[in-house]
Design a protein around this ligand. Structure first.
Ligand code: IFM
Length: 496
């Protein structure tokens, strides 16, 4: 098997294996490593995954309400109607965060709670909820890190074209101004979007996420309109926030390996679609030429209008990095119509574009795996942080999500011994520390997730929480990984 180490913005011809300059245990199972003063330890959730109260206090329907209620889309027919009932258990959850000693809490704001239709005046009840959340965090000494969009697009905006339509970016700017005005005196960090890759490619290309469309051209239009929404929201937040917040966006980077002779080409293509389609405009002010060329049979990118790239390309204080595993890709020659119909239709993995005679596919990775079937590769996190810091040397980084789904149970003594999750976290904190010790400007780390929650297409079948949620009683129980994390936060070092 050819393994090609991925350097995110490096031409395929220059990709070479990097021998990391690292110390410590080769299996990344370190303890005692001390994090720098000021490093932020947090945990994260997202609105639709935890809040519940889906039709209360003026909240309108989102694309995930529609999608989850469409038979066959989500495991077991699960929906976010109740989720963790965080909306009603806010104080309990705030106390839980305080008991873990978190420095920061990363949450998302449900756009349809603020504007039921995605347009028009603010719904005061929605504003009040997030205001209470922000105040409750500040009272407990926890920094509020707020994401404007973690996938719950108001359904009425989808009915008008969703992210494939430029009008959604226009609406997002207005929404950003509303939340900036309401909360920008207290929020510590604003994050515009969470993982626009998922919104665009899974939502509009591969169809496994809401709104479940299978339209490659719409997926690429969505990429651009999400980028535009990010830039416009930054402007609106800066204009309306009266405090001194930091500004960010969160991307889920693909750390790629390749197999077969076409590996460098496969990596270059997926790197373009999955990584550089976002970092290009956001951090460099341009779409990569090879991406435009690769996708020419799908779209002419005429949805990019004069002034858009300048609007998108704005300074951010911190780049949010979500990392769970690596991905392996392979180039296929002579792609058949059948392969195209087998799902190679516009997800960043399925790139058998119309008219193309080649496809890139994701292939199975060597284990071990989490319950999601994702390979456990802490070295991928270290590589990613080093690579980003090389590409964008002046850009501080923040791990805004990392964590693992494993099955766990409450044992007779009431504890939740989630050994595998704890081991996963230890190994990834070690990886982050190794990056820090090599000079990466890494500012913090948010564990995904605070609570077991609605895991999108998997419903409640996959548990990512460091706190277990009993979905019958909604009772919360801190897992062993949660106690371990509390120790880490208190000691500012990886515990034994
Ligand atoms: O649960 C998701 C989250 O909403 C976005 N990032 C990945 C997590 C695990 O799949």
């Amino acid at each position: 098997m050819t393994q090609v180490q991925h350097h995110l913005d490096t031409p395929a011809s220059q990709i070479s294996n990097r021998v990391a300059v690292t110390q410590g245990r080769p299996d990344y199972r370190d303890s005692g490593l001390v994090f720098p003063v000021g490093f932020t330890f947090g945990s994260a959730t997202a609105s639709y995954q935890v809040e519940g109260a889906a039709s209360e206090d003026g909240r309108g329907p989102s694309i995930w309400d529609t999608f989850s209620k469409t038979p066959g889309k989500v495991w077991n027919g699960d929906t976010g109607d109740v989720a963790c009932d965080h909306y009603h258990r806010l104080d309990e959850d705030l106390d839980l965060m305080a008991s873990l000693g978190l420095d920061a809490y990363r949450f998302s704001i449900a756009w349809p709670r603020i504007q039921a239709s995605g347009r028009g005046p603010a719904n005061q009840a929605g504003i009040d909820f997030y205001s209470r959340l922000v105040d409750g965090l500040l009272e407990r000494g926890i920094k509020p890190v707020a994401t404007l969009y973690h996938w719950d697009l108001p359904q009425p905006l989808e009915d008008l074209g969703g992210w494939a339509s430029r009008a959604t970016a226009d609406a997002f700017e207005d929404y950003a101004a509303i939340v900036g005005t309401a909360l920008g005196d207290r929020v510590h960090t604003w994050t515009t979007l969470n993982e626009p890759w998922c919104s665009a490619y899974l939502g509009y290309g591969q169809g496994g996420h809401a709104p479940g469309r299978h339209e490659p051209a719409a997926a690429l239009a969505a990429v651009h309109h999400l980028n535009l929404a990010h830039g416009r929201a930054l402007t609106a937040l800066r204009a309306t926030s009266t405090g001194t917040p930091e500004y960010s966006v969160t991307l889920n980077f693909h750390v790629l390996r390749g197999v077969g002779e076409g590996a460098p080409e496969a990596i270059r293509r997926i790197d373009g679609l999955a990584n550089r389609a976002f970092t290009g405009p956001m951090l460099r002010g341009e779409y990569p030429a090879d991406l435009l060329e690769d996708t020419a049979s799908v779209t002419d990118w005429s949805f990019v209008q004069d002034g858009d790239l300048a609007a998108i390309h704005q300074p951010i204080d911190v780049l949010g990095v979500n990392y769970y595993s690596t991905a392996t890709v392979r180039l296929w020659d002579g792609v058949s119509e059948k392969q195209m119909n087998d799902g190679h239709k516009g997800a960043a993995g399925g790139t058998a574009w119309p008219g193309s005679d080649q496809a890139v596919e994701f292939v199975e990775q060597p284990g071990p795996y989490t319950a999601m079937g994702w390979n456990i590769a802490p070295e991928g996190l270290e590589e990613l942080l080093l690579s980003l810091s090389e590409q964008f040397p002046d850009q501080p980084l923040m791990i805004t999500e990392n964590g693992a789904a494993f099955e766990d149970e409450v044992s007779e003594d009431g504890s939740v011994p989630d050994v595998e999750r704890l081991d996963y976290l230890r190994r990834h904190f070690t990886a982050a520390h190794r990056a820090l010790s090599q000079g990466v400007d890494l500012r913090g780390y948010f564990v995904w997730s605070l609570l077991d929650n609605f895991e999108w297409g998997y419903g409640y079948a996959k548990r990512f929480g460091i706190v277990r949620v009993d979905f019958e009683t909604l009772e919360r129980t801190v897992k062993d990984s949660g106690h371990w994390y509390a120790d880490l936060v208190r000691e500012r070092a990886i515990p034994a």
